[in-house]
Design a binder for this molecule. Structure first.
Ligand SMILES: *Cc1c(COP(=O)(O)O)cnc(C)c1O
Length: 402
């Protein structure tokens, strides 16, 4: 059996003629830029997120750029975020001329360590970008309290967290702006690039909308230097077919996560992500203890050189692949250690928890269409590699529960 880390083929099959007809109708309409599909998607996405406005754009990265620009953040400003994220979080800050300031993460959640934010605030700090990484919601109550006290704007990076909830509130509806990505592997994926910025502030929505179309409030009148960053009508048509199914898909992700949690948590040397009701499980990321683990593991990590820091994790990734279980490392290199940020001069060891995570994380296959047999194969392969007892099968499990 070969289990992919992610696949859309079953989903495309399931959507079948609904999707095909929507795409064909969109093509035949001749309306490729803007139009009814885009408007309909923006309205239903705003309502899904519980926000007044959703501005469609070309990508999650662009949503971040539009949000930063609309909030007036640029040259000389600092924005606090985390280095354990996809590169685009910081890249957007740098691309508007501001400076990303990284604080370390809490290894228990992989999210920004809220206790470290205040120490990083300076006179230049203008905004916070909490990242709801892997689909796990940041504690927005604390974020908003810090922001209020220091008069900072808040941009939620919701790229991986479509459908995640902080308590009763959907992520993306709490800060000044929520930035979403419809990159195909995200919880709501288009058939290409796409993104949206959500807000309850009509002025911010208007500014972001104008910036996304060359800073153009009226045809051929340009009041700012903007971008060409629209959500394609064809992508909106795809998203309009998918959005009504999103909640069902998230429930499936949650069920897979729960099964993994139940059936992997007794393996010594592996840390399973903790329960969180609002988590939308874009990724299921385990942490491998590189010091102590299964028999093969301790052999692998007996070497304490720099290269050995991730040796056990890397052994596990390779061994799982040999069993047909394909995994991904999100992320092997933290943003502050990327060559593009060499200028920041952040040495190895400057964000220890972030750097440690890069050595020990591994993302197991998770997507709504992952079958029970495939899940079972992931679980038994992991257990086998650690010399753990084979667990009861899915069907027996169901019988026991009944
Ligand atoms: C995917 C992602 C982005 C960027 O989204 P794109 O649509 O690929 O531009 C930003 N931040 C995070 C955390 C992401 O995972």
């Amino acid at each position: 059996m070969n289990v992919p880390p992610f696949s859309l083929s079953q989903q495309i099959e399931d959507l079948g003629s609904d999707l095909e007809e929507a795409v064909l109708a969109s093509l035949r309409s001749g309306q490729y830029i803007g139009g009814a599909q885009v408007k309909a998607f923006e309205e239903s996405f705003a309502s899904y997120v519980g926000c007044e406005h959703a501005v469609g754009c070309n990508s999650g990265t662009d949503a971040l750029v539009l949000a930063l620009r609309a909030l007036g953040i640029g040259e000389g400003d600092e924005v606090i975020t985390c280095s354990f994220s996809f590169f685009a979080t910081a890249e957007a800050v740098s691309c508007v001329g501001a400076t990303p300031v990284f604080v370390d993460v809490d290894p228990n959640t992989c999210l920004i360590d809220l206790n470290l934010i205040e120490a990083a605030i300076t006179e230049r700090t203008k905004a916070l970008i909490p990242v709801h990484l892997f689909g796990r919601p940041v504690d927005m109550g604390q974020v908003m309290a810090i922001a209020k006290q220091h008069d900072l704007r808040v941009i939620e990076d919701c790229a991986q967290a479509t459908g995640a909830m902080w308590g009763e509130q959907p992520v993306g509806s709490i800060g000044d702006v929520g930035c979403f990505s419809f990159f195909p592997t995200k919880n709501l994926g288009a058939a290409g690039d796409g993104g949206a910025a959500t807000t309850n502030d009509p002025q911010l929505a208007k500014t972001m909308r104008e910036l996304a179309v060359h800073g153009m409030p009226k045809r051929y009148l340009h009041t700012a230097l903007g971008y060409n960053s629209r959500l394609d009508a064809l992508q909106a048509a795809v998203l309009n077919v998918k959005l009504p199914r999103l909640q069902g898909w998230i429930e499936k992700r949650k069920a897979i996560a729960k099964r993994y949690q139940e059936l992997l948590s007794d393996i010594p040397g592996i840390k399973i992500p903790s329960e969180d009701e609002g988590h939308s499980w874009n990724q299921f990321v385990i942490q491998i203890n590189n010091e102590s683990a299964g028999q093969n593991a301790s052999r692998a990590s007996s070497n304490h050189s720099a290269e050995a820091k991730s040796e056990h994790r890397d052994w596990l990734k390779t061994s799982l692949a040999e069993e047909g279980v394909n995994t991904i490392i999100y992320y092997p290199i933290p943003i502050h250690r990327q060559p593009a940020y060499a200028d920041l001069g952040l040495k190895e060891g400057s964000l220890p928890e972030t750097e440690e995570l890069c050595h020990n994380v591994l993302s197991l296959p998770i997507f709504p269409e992952l079958s029970e047999i495939e899940q079972q194969h992931v679980i038994s392969s992991l257990r086998k590699l650690y010399g753990m007892q084979e667990i009861i099968t899915m069907s027996e499990n169901k019988q026991n529960a009944a």
